[in-house]
Design a protein around this ligand. Structure first.
Ligand code: GLU
Length: 487
């Protein structure tokens, strides 16, 4: 850990599913802090529980970070001086430390069975005592140990928590104090020798020379145990990493967001057409602020402005509407070619286009008219489908609107006037239709154009009408108007 001027901050997820908003908010803050300080971001996978952390989830976590543009300096795929960066490949290291702790008396073997622990826990609760390990195996005699072994009992390794308290300064929360009365002796390794989180995380933070731990508030209570492991490893207090516990992210209903809730996984946002910059921009505001009311920030600005001092300690509330608004802003800020690159996969996936040059040319022409109007990329297929659909049909729900009072007359007049048009561009189309429908027939624009919009695009939600007609071409536009006329 040593020199804190050379920042080494880590993102250390245990991917037991797709990374979710909370994980990524942590990753983003870790990344921004590393980049702001010209430090290093270490990406460590905490996969000691290989039943729940699968290769697939690990790969998905790597892909998600890459997609978001959160690059790391050490970790999977890039390696580094302090690897391996997968905890499952470091088991010998944890076993060695656990043995050292046993040898120097900081830890001990505990033979209590799960049922015994549960029984005693119930009793503690009944007697209003602090729950947790009661120290039964702390000072076993050799005879007792022999008896347990002879009875076939297996032992876990438990850390001895001294009396007193742990006090540390959290960079966000200030001084935090834990009475050891409420931090009982804790398990470092299971009976089969496999390490638990507290052992692996603390050992790795020391060996990987981590200077700063920015992570979610849910891990605040594990800090005194980690500090106890540093002590047992002989790390002087001045070399402990600086802890900064980020505020909880709450759902709109005030419930805590959780990774089991599929809707908060980043994969979900990706599939639903959110841009990585929008996700990062929005998540940056969950507990941090650039210092004024500014809400639209670039990744570059985030790096320039990010400091831990500007992180708030009170919970942040996730607001989908705000994320959508930011996403819309980011979509509008894309260049035409960027927008095309983002749009194409959505259109091919929805089978609106197969990807021919002709189709792509039409997409290119159509995108500028929808760029201002959409909030997520996933709206694109429905918006542009009318241009590509082979067997055009008006949405069943919209059909009655073609028969409302005046609608048929609008369609007939539009068909007649548009047939005469020689220049099929949106300005000419608009001019002739306004003249015929608004000026001559005296209709209100909403009435005049809604039937026409439905006839041409099949739906009342579509890009601007005249531009749509231009893109669709004269022949197809007239054919659609004509087939909407019932008599
Ligand atoms: N692996 C832990 C988790 O995903 C986080 C470790 C840490 O940041 O200390 O919950």
């Amino acid at each position: 850990m040593a020199d804190k001027s050379q920042v080494r901050v880590r993102f250390a997820p245990s991917p037991t599913g797709d990374l979710h908003v909370g994980n990524i908010r942590t990753a983003l803050f870790d990344w921004a802090y590393a980049r702001h300080t010209n430090g290093k971001l270490i990406f460590r996978i905490e996969d000691t529980d290989r039943e729940r952390v699968t290769d697939e989830y690990i790969q998905a976590a790597i892909d998600t970070l890459k997609w978001l543009g959160l690059n790391w300096d050490e970790g999977p795929e890039v390696g580094g001086e302090y690897g391996p960066y997968l905890q499952s490949q470091r088991l010998d290291i944890y076993a060695e430390w656990a043995q050292k702790f046993l040898d120097n008396g900081d830890a001990y073997h505990c033979y209590c069975s799960g049922e015994e622990l549960e029984e005693r826990r119930q009793l503690q609760m009944k007697n209003n005592q602090a729950p947790g390990y009661d120290g039964k195996c702390r000072d076993l005699s050799n005879t007792q140990i022999d008896e347990f072994k002879a009875a076939g009992r297996k032992a876990v390794i438990r850390m001895r928590m001294p009396q007193g308290e742990t006090v540390f300064t959290d960079a966000i929360r200030g001084e935090v104090k834990f009475e050891h009365l409420y931090v009982p002796d804790f398990v470092l390794a299971r009976a089969d020798g496999s390490p638990l989180y507290t052992l692996a995380v603390a050992v790795d933070d020391v060996l990987m020379k981590i200077t700063h731990v920015l992570r979610g508030e849910d891990l605040l209570s594990s800090t005194p145990r980690q500090i106890r492991v540093y002590q047992a490893m002989g790390v002087p207090e001045s070399e402990y990493p600086i802890f900064a516990h980020l505020p909880f992210v709450m759902g709109q209903d005030n419930a805590k967001l959780s990774k089991r809730n599929g809707e908060v996984s980043i994969a979900w946002y990706r599939e639903h057409g959110f841009l990585p910059e929008a996700i990062c921009n929005y998540l940056a505001l969950l507990g941090w602020s650039p210092g004024d009311d500014k809400e639209n920030i670039t990744m570059k600005e985030l790096v320039e402005l990010f400091t831990v001092e500007r992180v708030n300690s009170s919970p942040a509330r996730f607001d989908m509407k705000k994320l959508e608004a930011i996403n819309g802003d980011k979509i509008r800020a894309l260049t035409q070619s960027e927008f095309l690159q983002w749009a194409l996969p959505f259109l091919t996936q929805a089978k609106v286009i197969s990807g021919t040059t002709e189709e792509i040319d039409l997409v290119k022409a159509a995108l500028p008219i929808i760029q201002e109007r959409i909030v997520t990329l996933s709206e694109i297929p429905a918006m542009l489908n009318f241009l590509f659909v082979k067997q055009f049909a008006v949405d069943a729900q919209e059909q009655p609107k073609l028969l409302e009072v005046g609608a048929q007359e609008v369609l007939k007049v539009a068909l007649a006037r548009c047939s005469e048009l020689t220049n099929w561009d949106h300005l000419s189309i608009e001019e002739v239709l306004r003249k015929a429908l608004i000026v001559e027939l005296g209709l209100k624009p909403r009435i005049a154009f809604s039937a026409l919009r439905i006839a041409v695009t099949g739906s009342h939600i579509s890009p601007p009408l005249f531009e749509s007609m231009q893109l669709l071409g004269k022949e197809r536009s007239l054919a659609r108007i004509s087939s909407a006329i019932t008599s």
